[in-house]
Ligand binder design. Structure first.
Ligand code: NAD
Ligand code: UD1
Length: 349
């Protein structure tokens, strides 16, 4: 397959920067658009250091139609990997309009500019958070959807918009149909094995692994474990953790699928990107000690509102249609997260 130019929106962020590394190492020229609202351009300098290859960076907001159109007119973009967006659940409940504006409106502007530029190949960062509380704890792509917060709803709305765009192609018999992969991530953790790029959260982390890292390195005193009275094997919440490098490899597999016969007449399909097995909070703490030798102080506190007891992926469709599955183990995720944290105790600052 000819390696064409990929536009990575949100490419300076946690997952986007890892995607840039994987794309460059696989021979794709990379163009990044990021407004740096939740990242630093240092991550992109590190991407270039890891790969020994340059990328083009535009500091711009995806809602800025004029700037975006200019980038499409200058660069020979064929695929867009769309990571740009806001992602904090709690913040989305306080600032719903900001979330809908950035995520939903931002994607609409991006899709409009893509259509004008005749670029119709898109890999979108969705989330397992689009699923509702179904009877089963293992989610398949056809499990019922029912997000419970504005962040999750923004992802579900974007999925709907992109499915509608693709459906319209059949009605108007589009010559150049949309080819869209909606990738529903489970819980990405870990970092590039070099320790040069990783997750750099602002303030006190919301998510488990960044919190564990900051307790282990002495920045925070104690991990609050949100409930030990769930109907799970040890009472704490179970999630499907996935190494960020495995996750971004799934995106490259998605590009290959969009370029293949499978999508010859276009389409919009959702794929779970997860390992298909879950670990509890206490299992993560235990594994962290085994892998790093560091004990993580913790305290059981009441449940966090909105948390599910257990959730993990059925990843069979991604294996069947994208030829993708996770390769890394929990110990790799922990070792690589810890390596990044130790080498960059202040993140990119
Ligand atoms: P991140 O915040 O590290 O990266 C997002 C990037 O987008 C940042 O660099 C930010 O500056 C940029 N950005 C935000 N709004 C923008 C805008 N309007 N215009 C241009 N750039 C903008 O987050 P991440 O963890 O790398 O997540 C990437 C994507 O994956 C997001 O869409 C997120 O919702 C989705 N996702 C993340 C997770 C997770 O656990 N990290 C899980 C499921 C889905
Ligand atoms: C969170 C987001 C979800 C997003 C997902 C992807 C929330 C409410 N949900 O989900 O929308 O798609 O990340 O990464 O933020 N835990 C603790 N103590 C902590 C932090 C977490 O015990 O300080 C527990 C949680 O209760 C949960 C597990 O650890 O059982 C994982 O939590 P987290 O990393 O926040 O991920 P999710 O809740 O799955």
């Amino acid at each position: 397959m000819v390696k064409h130019t990929v536009l990575v929106t949100g490419g300076a962020g946690y997952i986007g920067s890892h995607a840039c590394v994987e794309l460059l190492q696989s021979g794709y020229p990379v163009v990044v658009v990021d407004n740096l609202s939740n990242s630093k351009s240092e991550s992109l300098a590190r991407v270039e250091k890891i790969t020994g290859k340059p990328l083009s960076f535009y500091q711009a907001d995806i809602r800025d139609r004029k700037s975006l159109a200019e980038i499409f007119s200058k660069e020979p973009i064929r695929t867009v990997m769309h990571f740009a967006g806001l992602k904090a659940v709690g913040e989305s409940c306080e600032q719903p309009l900001n979330y809908y504006h950035n995520n939903v409106y931002g994607t609409m502007v991006l899709a409009e500019v893509m259509a004008e530029a005749k670029v119709r190949q898109l890999v979108f960062s969705s989330s397992a958070t689009v699923y509702g509380e179904s009877a089963s704890v293992q989610y398949s792509e056809n499990s019922p959807l029912g997000p419970i917060n504005p962040y999750g709803r923004s992802k579900a709305m974007i999925e709907d918009i992109l499915r509608d765009l693709s459906a319209a192609d059949k009605i108007i018999r589009a010559k150049l149909p949309w080819k869209i992969a909606l990738l529903r991530y489970f819980n990405p953790i870990g970092a590039h094995e070099s320790g040069l790029i990783g997750e750099d959260p602002n303030g006190i982390p919301n998510n488990l692994m960044p919190y564990v890292l900051q307790v282990a390195i002495g920045k925070l005193a104690q991990l609050p474990v949100f409930g030990n009275d769930y109907p799970t094997r040890d009472g704490t919440g179970i999630r499907d953790y996935i190494h960020v490098v495995d996750l971004v490899k799934g995106h490259l597999k998605a590009i290959e699928a969009l370029e293949s016969e499978k999508f010859a007449s276009g389409g919009c399909r959702a794929y779970n990107l997860g390992a298909g097995r879950g670990y509890s909070v206490l299992e993560i703490i235990e594994a962290f000690k085994r892998v790093t030798g560091r004990k993580v102080n913790y305290k059981i506190v009441p449940r966090r509102a909105g948390d599910l007891a257990e959730c993990f992926a059925n990843p069979e469709l991604a294996l069947k249609e994208l030829n993708w599955k996770v390769e890394k183990k929990l110990d790799d995720m922990i070792a690589d997260s810890w390596n990044w944290q130790c080498k960059n105790p202040q993140g990119y600052a």
